[in-house]
Design a binder for this molecule. Sequence first.
Ligand SMILES: Nc1ncnc2c1ncn2[C@@H]1O[C@H](COP(=O)(O)OP(=O)(O)O)[C@@H](O)[C@H]1O
Ligand SMILES: [Mg+2]
Length: 373
Amino acid sequence: MNEPEKAYKILVVDDIPDNIKLIRNVLYGRDFNISVATDGKQALNIAAIRDFDLFILDIAMPDMDGYEVASKLRLDTRTADVPIIFVTAKTFPTDLAKGFEVGGSDYITKPFNTTELLARVMNHLELKRSKDIIKFQNNDLKELLHTQKKLLSIVSNDLQDPYVKALRNANKLLTRFTSISNEEKIELINEIQQANQIGYDLTLELNEWSQIFSDKLTFKPVNLALNKVIAFSIDQIKEFKKAQKIQIIYEKKNDLSLLADEHMLKRIFFHLLHNAIKFTKPGGDVIISCILTENDAEITVYDTGKGIERDIAESLFQADFFHNSQGTEGETGLGLGLKIVKRYVQKHGGRIWVESMPGIGSDFKFTIPLVRV
Ligand SMILES: Nc1ncnc2c1ncn2[C@@H]1O[C@H](COP(=O)(O)OP(=O)(O)O)[C@@H](O)[C@H]1O
Ligand SMILES: [Mg+2]
C-alpha cells in the first residue's frame, strides 16, 4: 500500500451531462481530480481500473440505476470502502433508506444547495483520507515489527555462520601451521577469505535494510536517463563471475528521462539483476525492458531461471512473508533484497509485482510514475 496521494479523486456519475456540469462547477477550483461517467456500466468500468476517494452517484439512470451501481461497488474489495454520495431528486424516506441499505454513505437532494454539497463532499473526503492514513501507518508498523523480528533472527543465526567458519579455519591454520602442506594452507586461507566475504556482504545488506527502515535515506529525485542507469547496472552485475555466463540484454528504447532517485534506482536494478542471475543457470538469459503506459514507465527484469511457485510469488512482497531459497549454484541470501526493492519503488510512488512460471522463468515488474510538466 502506498502513501495516500495529495489530490482527491472523485468519480461523478449522472446520465444527464448538465447535471455533471453543475456538480463540476461546485467542485471547481479545489485540489480535486474529477472523472465522469454517464451510465452505471461505464462507472463500474472506470472504477475497476482507477482508484477513487469518492463516488457521487445519480440514482435514476437508464439500464443500471444508482442503487445497483452502489451495491456492485460495495462488492469489489477495491471500492468497498470508498464513500458514495447519492445526488437524487427522490425524497421519499423509503428511497433514502434503500440508498443506505445498498451501501451509500450520504445523500443530497436535487435541486441541491452548492454549499451543502461541498460541505458533504469535504466531510467524506477528509474522513476517507484519515482512514487511509491510519491504514497506511498500520501497515507500515506491521512491516516494521516483522522487520525487527527478522533482524534479530539474522543477527543470531545467519550472521554467525560465516564468522564461525572463518574462525575455525584460522584456528586450524594456526595450530597446524608447521604440519600441513602449502596447498592445504592456501585452501584454508581461501575458505577464510570466502567466509569473510559472505559475512561482509551480509552486513552490507543489513546496513542497507536498516537505513531504509530507520528512514535515514532521503529521497532525492532528479531527471535521470534510464538508458545510462541500466547500462551502469549491467556493468556492475557483470562483475559477478556467474553473470558473465548469462546473457544480459537491454531492449533499449529511445532516450527516456525519469524523475527518480539515482541511488535508489540503481539499487533496484542491482537487487533484481542479482536475483535474476542467482536463480538462472549459466547459459540462460536476462532481459530488461521498459514500456510507457499512460502514467508510468513500466520496467521488467525478465529471466529464464527456475521460476517461483504461484503461492510464494503471490506473497513475496507481503510485509509478514519472508522467503528465501538457494540459487542454482547453492548461493545463499537473507531474503531481504525484494523487501528493500519494494521500499525504494514505494518511495517513488510506484508498484512492484512478479509474474512467474516454475521451470520457465520470472518477470519482475515495477513502475515509476511519469511526471508530466
Ligand atoms: N528471479 C528470481 N527467480 C526465482 N526466484 C526468485 C527470483 N527473485 C527472487 N526469488 C525468490 O524470492 C526470494 C527472496 O528474494 P530476495 O528478497 O532477493 O532475497 P535473497 O536473494 O537474499 O534470497 C529468493 O530467495 C527466491 O526464493
Ligand atoms: Mg536477492
